[in-house]
Each structure stands twice: as structure tokens, then as C-alpha cells.
Design a protein around this ligand. Structure first.
Ligand code: ACO
Length: 399
């Protein structure tokens, strides 16, 4: 019941906390993490159980509404989401104004911000009906936007969503189908992607979720807040790491440099080189998501009949790093991004689509946090303090 802002004002006490390592910005009932034990639970349910038994939309409902849906609730919601997948035809033309070389993350954030222009007057954060409808719109349309960004980058025609397909299958068809052939969804790819999306659905106050909350705290609508979250996710220290891992593995392979020599360069911090996909602000133990992704990588590649030397290289890197004092002392373990790229690549996604896949995965978490913040009576506009270290007062001398 302590009001920290009043407390801070009364005591004149301000803490300087670069990177918010010790500062809680909110209370939340959505996700629990124990970084020392390597535990992750959504609304109390262990991530391992959800990844094994659940679906993306079922988990999305859980995150948003706090309980698992009944079969009837889920089926109605799924149906509504399927019927909101179409983009306005004008928005489709928006893609043609962007270069085909555009990174899909830039396209995704721009198009998500642009979505809001189609729903003026229907995006009031204080109107529960608007919030509900825009939650559905975003869940339905973000995968379509991501798939169109992909199609645009390879010069292929956009497909219309196929409402007879499940969420994940529809997304796969939008990415890999074409106008000339009938597209058959591969069930192995479909289930593996569903599992990966579930693993990404929430991760409490990470940089992108905190961004969504901060932007939302100003009264900005869901489209603007989520667009900001996508931009925060884009960075290589956050969601962009999945792309950076594959680039790193490919560079090691192509350069002919030994894995041992690369690890030495990381340890010596030569040119700031890092072992991408390793380390985490919260996990000081094996990231439970990485454990599940690693299991999936072998399984999925075997089932798809793909042998990727980059997976062998990743395993070799992990083995060397985990037995090295530099990584042990700093408690650096593989994070969720270390093995995901190898699986996405086997599914046929180009490297630049990896972070948009993360964004689709994380969307339910962003929406759940935006809504939780909106409904919390203690929410205030986010406004960190600073310690001013600049010049004292001085007179303008004229140029
Ligand atoms: N490779 C090499 N050294 C590392 C790595 C790494 N991947 N990560 C951390 N370190 C080192 C740091 O250089 C630092 O060393 P020092 O004590 O000698 O100065 C020490 O470990 C502590 O690291 P910090 O940067 O202080 O840890 P922080 O919690 O601020 O950063 C982060 C966490 C950003 C994830 C970091 O580990 C990193 O950059 N990892 C690589 C990028 C990555 O994989 N990001 C994805 C994170 S998961 C996600 O967003 C889904």
C-alpha cells in the first residue's frame, strides 16, 4: 500500500538505476520468472506444460484474461480473430511505397502504427469495447502484415488470408503459399511454430513490454503502443538477437575461424564482439525456453529431413562456452534466441523474418500488459527521474 512517488517526494530520495536493474516499475499478475532457478510461468502455469499441450491463442487468452478459456470461449474467439484478418485494401498499397529491401521489422512497426488510422474513433483506451475489438484486430492482422513484409521482400504477390485454416497454418500459407499452387501445410512445421510462438508470448517487464507500458501510460492507444514495442524489440540486444545469432554462426562458418578462437575474441571483448544468444538480464541459469527450443531443434530438423551444419556449430559453441570460466563466472547461458533461428531457417524463413516471428509471439504479452496497466488504478504516466550533471546557470553570450 506504499505510494512510492509520494514517499520519494517526501524524503527527497531518488535512486540512480541504469538499465532499471533494481527498480520495479509496476506490480503485475501475468508472468512469474525465477532467474536463478530457471523458472517461467504464465498466470501460474509452467511454460513447459503450456508449450507441450496448449495453443498460441489459448495462451493468449490466458495472458489477457487470467484464466484458461473454456472450449466454447476459445472457439468463439478463434472465429472472431479469423474474421478480422483482412487488411484494408489501401493499407495493402502502403507496402508498395516502401523499398523491397526494407527490413520487415521496420515495415511491421510502420504498418502497425498506420493501422490505427483506419480505426479513428474506435481506439479509446478507456472504452472496454474498443480495447477488446482492437485486441482481436491486432492478433488477427499482425501476422498478415508480417507475411506481407516477407512477400514484398521476395517480390511475390500477397495472398488473402484463408479463414478455414488455424492461426498458425494461415500464417504459414501467407508466407509460403503462392497464387500458382495449392499450399499444403506441413504439420511438423505447424506444431513447431506454434510451440515457438507460445514460448515467446510473455516475459514480464523486458525492454519491449516496458516500452509498450510506458507509451500506453501516456494514454496512447494499442496500435501506437504496440508499434513502439515492435521498435524496441528490433534491437540486437533484445528480439533482434535471433537474427544476430544466425549471422554470427554463418560468419564463423564462412571465415573458417575456429570456434575456440571466436570464443577467445568474445572473452577479450575484441571489437565489442559478443556471443549472441547468450546471457540474460534475469536468467542466471539456463533459460527454460532455450532448453525447450534446443530439444525442438533436433526433433524438427530430423522430421523435416534437414541437416544444418549451423546447428552443429551452435552446439559446439554452447559446449565450449558453458565449460569456460568467463561464462561460468558471469553466469551466461543460452537464451531463447540461441537455437530459434536454426529452426526458423529449416522452416524456410529468411533470417530477416526471425524478429518479426518474435513480435507475433510476443504480441499477446504486450496486449496483456497494456490492458493490465490500463485497468490498474495506480497507473501514472511513466516518467523516470534523472540526476542532472550538466552546466550550472550561465548567460547567453551572443554568437
Ligand atoms: N557475450 C559475452 N559477454 C557477455 C554477454 C555475451 N552474450 N552477455 C553479457 N556478457 C558479459 C558482459 O560483457 C559483462 O562482462 P563484464 O562483467 O566483464 O563487464 C557481464 O557479462 C555482464 O553483462 P551485462 O551486459 O552487464 O548484462 P546485462 O544484464 O546488462 O545484459 C544482455 C543482458 C543484454 C542480454 C547481454 O547478456 C547480451 O548482450 N547478450 C547478447 C545479446 C542477446 O542474446 N540478447 C537477447 C536477450 S534475450 C531476449 O531479449 C529475448
Amino acid at each position: 500500500s506504499v505510494d512510492f512517488s509520494t514517499f520519494t517526494k517526501q524524503t527527497g530520495h531518488t535512486s540512480l538505476d541504469y538499465g532499471f536493474v533494481n527498480t520495479a516499475a509496476t506490480k503485475s499478475a501475468i508472468t512469474y520468472i525465477d532467474g536463478d532457478q530457471g523458472i517461467l510461468r504464465y498466470r501460474g502455469y509452467p511454460i513447459e506444460q503450456l508449450a507441450k499441450h496448449s495453443t498460441y491463442l489459448e495462451v493468449a487468452w490466458l495472458l489477457l484474461y487470467g484464466e484458461l478459456p473454456t472450449a466454447d470461449q476459445l472457439s468463439k474467439w478463434d472465429d472472431e480473430i479469423r474474421h478480422h484478418t483482412l487488411l484494408h485494401e489501401d493499407l495493402k498499397r502502403f507496402f508498395s511505397s516502401l523499398p523491397h529491401t526494407a527490413h520487415p521489422m521496420s515495415v511491421l512497426s510502420a504498418a502497425t502504427a498506420a493501422l490505427s488510422t483506419y480505426y479513428e474513433g474506435q481506439s479509446d483506451p478507456d472504452n472496454p469495447e474498443h480495447v477488446e475489438l482492437n485486441t482481436i484486430r491486432l492478433l488477427a492482422k499482425l501476422p498478415v502484415i508480417a507475411a506481407y513484409a516477407h512477400k514484398k521482400s521476395i517480390g511475390q504477390a500477397f495472398l488473402y488470408p484463408d479463414n478455414s485454416l488455424s492461426f498458425v497454418d494461415n500464417f504459414l500459407k501467407l508466407n509460403f503459399g503462392n497464387l500458382a499452387e495449392v499450399y499444403e501445410v506441413n504439420p511438423v512445421t505447424s506444431r513447431a511454430l506454434e510451440r515457438l510462438l507460445i514460448l515467446h508470448e510473455d516475459h514480464e517487464q523486458n525492454a519491449s513490454t516496458s516500452t509498450v507500458r510506458l507509451v500506453g501510460s501516456t494514454g496512447a492507444n494499442q496500435f501506437s503502443s504496440i508499434s513502439a514495442g515492435i521498435n524496441a524489440l528490433y534491437g540486437p540486444l533484445h528480439g533482434g538477437a535471433n537474427e544476430a545469432v544466425l549471422d554470427m554462426l554463418a560468419r564463423i562458418r564462412d571465415s573458417g575461424e575456429s570456434v575456440e578462437r571466436f570464443v577467445e575474441r568474445v572473452k577479450n571483448k575484441e571489437d565489442g564482439v559478443k556471443l549472441m544468444g547468450f546471457g540474460h538480464r534475469v536468467y542466471k541459469n539456463y533459460d527454460p525456453r532455450a532448453k525447450l527450443v534446443k530439444e525442438s531443434a533436433d526433433e524438427v530438423l530430423a522430421e523435416l529431413g534437414v541437416h544444418d551444419p549451423l546447428l552443429d556449430l551452435a552446439k559446439e559453441l554452447e559446449e565450449i562456452a558453458l565449460s569456460d570460466d568467463y561464462f561460468k563466472e558471469r553466469r551466461l547461458y543460452p537464451n531463447v534466441d540461441f537455437y530459434t533461428g536454426v529452426i526458423y531457417k529449416a522452416m524456410g524463413f529468411p533470417t530477416r523474418m526471425f524478429t518479426p516471428l518474435f513480435a507475433i509471439g510476443r504480441l499477446p504479452g504486450w496486449l496483456a500488459h497494456w490492458t493490465e496497466m490500463q485497468n490498474d488504478p495506480q497507473t501514472k504516466i511513466g516518467r523516470p527521474q534523472q540526476l542532472y550533471i550538466g552546466a550550472g546557470e550561465r548567460n547567453y553570450p551572443g554568437i
